[in-house]
Design a protein around this ligand. Structure first.
Ligand code: NAP
Length: 595
């Protein structure tokens, strides 16, 4: 084992532990920004891509490097822009009232960055001067300083996400760290030409900028999936380029790293592309299953891993290398087709983890320590988020990946379709009379609020009720909606201060004191069967205990079930009333009646 590999492995492990510690400190409120922030940071594959695109490693390397620069630059620019857009929306009650008086964050951050940049230039000047006096100018040494500072800034960036108060500042540090790493790499001694680098950076910045600025918040999951695909494609191409460059002269360690980079990168590329397609509705969202699916997938994976092992001993077997790369791409595709669109957030998180691992493998191939660190942080973040989601849904990762969950028969349409038992109904114009006698209201948003885009109407209603002296709280379940922190992002978009949002453990004791619970498009997260019905797929999932409130109104279009495909017994509770219709339409009508 070489000293570099030994150090690399230590760094990888320590970064994983640090990542675990930092990411466990991120509140669920910020889980969606966390996903896009780690995604942007994993764009650090850009620095390896820059070297391959600009060095004289051969025509194929230049082409692959150029594509990798374009993909990674898209991720960096798009990822940071969309993270900033999200974080800008998270405001506390105090922030909102102080908004006019506060100096803009950007101005202060810019000042801070200028100070850091000046300090750094002084440091570099000192290094170069010292070397000059000894007769050597060592650009590689200067680059190492840049990378060390960048790694520190990335870690501070993630740490900032532990509170909405510091999240934007933290991300600004991470952006600055990325800028430094990229700028420093441009002086890499292997780079001899800049045409392809400039072209790749420009195209990536335009595509990433457009994605980051204009993509609606509701499309964040598919954008994240697409970015994982681009990042993984960059890693795969750099792996192939390094294989072509070194040819049969590869030692076992380098071949293992290249093999892992290509296999993990390849399956993440196609898997993430499928996930993005399903979420965007371009591909059927239902799980596609066939007989012997799991065993054939396991068989395929065995062939891929077998080829990798063979290559470690016979690196000159080029045909096997390309077969392995092709099968890895096929495996990613086959891995995701049996998974329903609704399970995609868990899959996206897992693929985030794989993209991080591909990045770390690229770090080992190029012996670039900052890539090992960010790859490891990204890998841990994705893995931890997947576990948190599975735990909150009371599902195992195995069941998500291989269970074809969500393959429910097409539900019949119409308000009461499918369920014969009677429920109590309420009309919009009857609600104001009920509100007259209320002093406290808890709003429970769910996936239906996202579908109806009703977050602004929800916020308007809450503001109106607050103005009339009612105590209004929002109850946020960790897996309400379809991605971690989904409700938080939507409500932040509607300018709801985050300190009005109460997480599950905090809000549950309040339900017994609430006069009214207004459920806006939430279903599974309120189903009391999760507490006692062992046959229910929801059994064991902690739920919002809305049934304890004095009165409950449910806004949904019909009696159709939610994600888990099971009937909600709450709807037959004598204190529960159904207000059928599109959530936005019903709320707009209610607001008009109230006003
Ligand atoms: P849900 O159980 O899926 O229910 C959403 C409800 O919204 C549906 O019953 C639907 O009923 C209603 N709806 C849809 N469009 C609507 C509209 N335009 N207006 C009004 N209502 C509308 O949602 P949830 O309670 O938020 O629970 C989330 C589920 O997703 C959980 O089972 C969770 O495990 C799962 N999940 C979450 C995540 C995550 O990270 N958040 C990830 C993967 C899976 P109608 O069709 O009758 O209107």
């Amino acid at each position: 084992m070489t000293a570099d590999l030994e150090i690399g492995l230590y760094i990888f492990m320590l970064a994983a532990f640090l990542g675990y510690h930092l990411i466990s400190g991120v509140p669920p409120l910020l889980h969606t920004p966390l996903m896009s922030a780690t995604n942007a940071m994993s764009g650090i594959s850009l620095i390896g891509s820059l070297v391959v695109a600009g060095a004289d490693y051969g025509a194929w390397s230049t082409i692959f490097g150029f594509i990798a620069v374009t993909c990674s630059a898209t991720n960096v620019v798009g990822g940071f822009l969309i993270t900033d857009r999200m974080l800008k929306m998270f405001k506390s009650e105090r922030d909102r009232s102080n908004e006019v008086r506060r100096s803009p964050l950007r101005r202060r951050s810019l000042l801070f960055c200028i100070v850091i940049a000046v300090l750094l230039l002084l440091l570099l000047y000192g290094v170069v001067k010292r070397r000059n006096s000894a007769g050597i100018i060592d650009a590689a040494q200067a680059l190492k300083f840049f990378y060390i500072v960048s790694a520190g800034l990335f870690i501070l960036g993630l740490k900032g996400l532990s509170s909405p108060k510091f999240a934007r500042k933290g991300m600004f540090l991470a952006e600055f760290g990325m800028g430094m790493a990229v700028a420093g790499t441009l002086f890499h001694h292997d780079i001899v030409t800049y045409e392809w680098i400039i072209a790749g950076l420009a195209i990536g910045a335009i595509i990433g900028g457009a994605m980051g600025l204009w993509i609606p918040m509701t499309a964040v999951p598919q954008r994240t999936a697409l970015s994982h695909s681009l990042g993984a494609l960059a890693a795969t191409l750099i792996g192939i380029s390094e294989y072509l460059r070194h040819g049969s002269g590869l030692d076992k360690v380098l071949m293992t790293a290249i093999g892992l980079e290509v296999v993990i990168g390849g399956l993440t590329t196609t898997g993430s592309l499928m996930a993005a397609g399903k979420l965007q509705g371009l591909l059927p969202g239902v799980p596609i299953t066939y007989k012997g699916q799991n065993s054939s997938n396991i068989g395929l994976l065995t062939v891929v891993l077998g080829s990798l092992i063979y290559l470690i001993f016979v690196p000159s077997a080029g045909a096997i290398f390309f077969l392995m790369a092709g099968l890895a791409l096929l495996f990613g595709f086959l891995l995701v087709i049996p998974i329903g669109a609704a399970d995609m957030p868990v899959v996206i998180s897992l693929l985030n983890s794989y993209a991080g691992l591909a990045d770390a493998a690229m770090g080992f191939v190029l012996m670039n320590k900052i890539q090992i660190i960010t790859g490891s942080l990204d890998g841990t973040s994705g893995f931890l988020l997947s576990l948190l989601m599975c735990r909150a849904m009371n599902r195992s990762a195995w069941n998500v990946l291989f269970g074809a969950f969500g393959k429910v028969e097409q539900a019949p349409s119409g308000p009461a379709a499918g369920y014969e038992r009677a429920v109590l109904r309420i009309m919009t114009d009857e609600v104001p009379a009920l509100l007259e006698s209320c002093r406290s209201v808890i709003i429970v948003p769910g996936y239906g609020m996202a579908v109806a885009q009703a977050q602004h109407a929800v916020a308007d209603l809450a503001n109106l009720l607050s103005k009339r002296g009612l105590d209004v709280k929002y109850a946020i379940h960790p897996v309400a909606g379809r991605m971690p922190g989904h409700m938080n992002v939507l409500l932040a978009e509607a300018n709801v201060p985050y300190d009005r949002l109460f997480e599950l453990e905090r809000i549950n004791p309040y339900f017994a004191e609430a006069d009214l619970v207004l459920i806006v498009g939430a279903n599974d997260v309120t189903n009391p069967a999760a507490k006692h019905d062992k046959t229910s797929p929801l059994y064991g999932m902690p739920i919002l205990e809305v049934e304890h409130a004095r009165a409950i109104i449910v806004l949904k279009r019909s009696m159709r079930p939610g994600f888990a495909g099971v009937e909600n017994e709450l709807y037959y509770n004598p204190r529960c009333m159904m207000l059928f219709g599109d959530a936005k339409g019903s709320l707009t009508k209610l607001l008009a009646v109230l006003k």
